[in-house]
Design a protein around this ligand. Structure first.
Ligand code: CU
Length: 154
């Protein structure tokens, strides 16, 4: 009797093991799942002045991801920038790569990191939604909708 029960039990255990393995493999197809972008917005300014893109990026995975750039069909050129203030003088510099460790969210926000959105292809009005693709080192890109907000918005 004991033998039969064990034999009956084995396939069930195997099936569970398989389900666990498959469950562990499948997320590779949705690699962006452990990356979460929230509060994606862009401050639009009149004329040819570049817009600034802000967002929060959460890395819910187990390893560091590296943001290396962004692009958008709505802009001729997109760069990662960081604003700095040195003895009251505001300036900004381009950032080639930005490491986002697991569990340590990065905020793109005024006076800090931002996407510099240059050479707008068309007029962007407050309330518009514009798709921007964030590019990472050694993993698939992530498309995010940014909402256009007034220049006075934080
Ligand atoms: Cu900038």
């Amino acid at each position: 009797m004991t033998q039969i029960i064990r034999r009956k039990g084995f396939p069930a255990t195997a099936a569970m093991l398989l389900a666990t393995l498959v469950g562990g493999v499948l997320p590779l197809n949705a690699q962006a799942a452990d990356l979460e972008v929230s509060d994606a917005r862009m401050r639009v300014l009149p004329g040819d002045t570049p817009a600034a893109g802000y967002f929060r990026l959460d890395n819910n995975g187990s390893r560091t991801v590296v943001l290396v750039g962004a692009q958008s069909q709505a802009f001729g050129r997109v760069e990662l920038h960081r604003s700095m203030s040195d003895e009251g003088m505001a300036s900004m510099e381009a950032v080639d790569r930005l490491e986002v460790p697991a569990g340590e969210p990065i905020e793109f926000a005024p006076q800090g990191y931002h996407l510099m959105l240059m050479q707008a292809v068309g007029e962007i009005a407050v309330g518009d939604r514009v798709e921007i693709t964030l590019q990472f080192e050694q993993r698939e890109s992530l498309s995010v909708e940014f909402e256009a907000v007034p220049p006075t918005s934080m």
